[in-house]
Design a protein around this ligand. Structure first.
Ligand code: 13P
Length: 352
C-alpha cells in the first residue's frame, strides 16, 4: 500500500512550524538527543562512575552545549524538563546557549511508559495531562520542537498488537495536535525496539505497520505533516538474532519501509540510534544516504551513539572537557558526513 500525499489545503498556514522544520533539517546537520530523564542520565553517569547528582548532569550537558563549533554539525538539541531549566556555570540558561549558536532547543514531553492493561509486555506513553499548559511554558523557555516517544516491542507473532500500536498512535496524534497549536514542531517517535531475536523481515513488517497506523491517525486528526518530523528506528534484525544484516540490507529495508508508510509531505525523518554502537549507527546512516535523494530530508538524532564516546573521553574530569568536546565534534562530523553518504568507515579509526 502506498499513501496518497496529503494535499496542500487551506489549513497550511503554519509558516513558523515550517521554518523550524527547515532549520532542524538543514543539510549536513543532525539533532542531538540530550533528553534523558534524570534517572536515565544517572545510568550514563554510572558508566564513568559518577553519582547521579544534578551538578554532574549539568556539567555533562554544559560540556555538550558549549562545545566550540558544534553548531556546524548540529541543528538542534532535545532537552529534558530539568535541563531546559538549567544554566551554565556562568548563569546562562541552556536554551539561550543553544539559540545563541543558531541551534533550535527542543523538549521531550512524554513522561515515560506504563503497562497497557490486558496486553502482556505492551506499553503506552504518558504525559497528555496539562500538556497544553506545559507547551506554553516550554515555548516561553525557548523550545520550538518537542519529542514524544512511544515504545513498540517485537516479541512473538502476536506482539506488537494492532491495539497497542493504535493506542500509541492516538496518543502521539493528540500530543502532535497540541504541539502544533502551541507553535511547536512535533517530533513523533514510535521506537521499534532493537533488543530481541526477531529477523530483519519481521522488523520491517512491524515498522511498516506501526508507521502506517500512525500516519493514518495523524491524517485523520488533521495534523499538518509538513510541520512535523518523524523520529524512527532504523529497520534492524534484533540484537540477539543470529543473522546480522549488512548496512546495505538495513538501508534498503528502512527506505522500503518509509516508502510504504510515510506520506511524502512529512517535514523530515531523523533516526534514533537505539542501542547500536556508534560506528554501526554511522555506517547504517551512510548506507541509507547512499541510496540517494528521498522525498523527505533524512538525518540523525542520536543520544547514546553520540554521547557515549564523549562520556568516555570526559570521565567526569574537568581537565578532560576540551578533549571531550573534540570527541563530540568528531562524532557529530562523522554523522554529518554519513547523512550525506560521504562517510568512509575505512578512514575512521576512532568510532567503535
Ligand atoms: P538513542 O539514540 O540512544 O536511541 O536515543 C534517541 C532517543 O531520542 C530515544 O528516545
Amino acid at each position: 500500500m502506498r499513501f496518497v500525499c496529503y494535499t496542500k489545503d487551506s489549513m497550511k498556514k503554519n509558516t513558523k512550524l515550517y521554518e523550524t522544520v527547515a532549520a532542524l533539517m538543514a543539510p549536513g546537520k543532525g539533532i542531538l538527543a540530550a533528553d534523558e530523564s534524570d534517572s536515565t542520565a544517572g545510568k550514563r553517569l554510572a558508566m564513568v562512575h559518577l553519582p547521579n547528582e544534578p551538578e554532574h548532569r549539568q556539567d555533562f550537558r554544559e560540556l555538550l552545549f558549549t562545545a566550540p563549533g558544534i553548531e556546524e554539525y548540529l541543528s538542534g538539541v532535545i532537552l529534558y524538563d530539568s535541563t531546559i531549566r538549567s544554566f551554565t556555570d556562568d548563569g546562562i540558561p541552556f536554551p539561550d546557549v543553544l539559540t545563541a549558536k543558531g541551534m533550535v532547543p527542543g523538549i521531550k514531553v512524554d513522561l515515560g511508559t506504563t503497562d497497557l492493561h490486558g496486553f502482556k509486555g505492551e506499553v503506552v506513553s504518558q504525559g497528555l495531562d496539562n500538556l497544553a499548559e506545559r507547551f506554553a511554558e516550554y515555548y516561553d523557555l525557548g523550545a520550538r520542537f518537542a519529542k514524544w516517544r512511544a515504545v513498540i516491542t517485537i516479541d512473538d507473532e502476536e506482539t506488537p498488537t494492532d491495539a497497542a500500536i493504535t493506542m500509541n498512535a492516538l496518543l502521539l496524534t493528540r500530543y502532535a495536535q497540541l504541539a502544533q497549536a502551541a507553535g511547536i514542531v512535533p517530533m513523533v517517535e514510535p521506537e521499534v525496539i532493537y533488543a530481541g531475536d526477531h529477523s530483519l523481515a519481521r522488523a520491517e513488517q512491524v515498522t511498516t505497520r506501526t508507521l502506517q497506523i500512525l500516519f493514518q491517525t495523524l491524517m485523520t486528526y488533521r495534523v499538518d505533516l509538513e510541520g512535523l518530523i518523524l523520529k524512527s528506528s532504523m529497520v534492524l534484525a534484533g540484537d540477539m538474532h543470529p543473522e546480522q544484516s549488512s548496512p546495505e540490507e538495513i538501508a534498503n529495508a528502512t527506505i522500503r519501509t518509509f516508502h510504504m508508510s510515510v506520506p511524502y509531505d512529512v517535514g523530515g525523518i531523523v533516526f534514533l540510534s537505539g542501542g547500536q554502537t556508534p560506528k554501526r549507527s554511522t555506517e547504517n546512516l551512510n548506507a541509507i544516504a547512499k541510496l540517494g535523494e528521498q522525498p523527505w530530508p533524512i538525518t540523525f538524532s542520536y543520544s547514546r551513539a553520540i554521547e557515549e564516546p564523549v562520556l568516555m573521553t570526559w570521565q567526569g574530569r574537568p581537565e578532560n572537557v576540551p578533549e571531550a568536546q573534540k570527541t563530540l565534534l568528531y562524532v557529530s562530523k562523522m554523522n554529518s558526513l554519513a547523512s550525506q553518504g560521504k562517510y568512509d568507515p575505512a578512514l575512521d579509526k576512532k568510532l567503535k
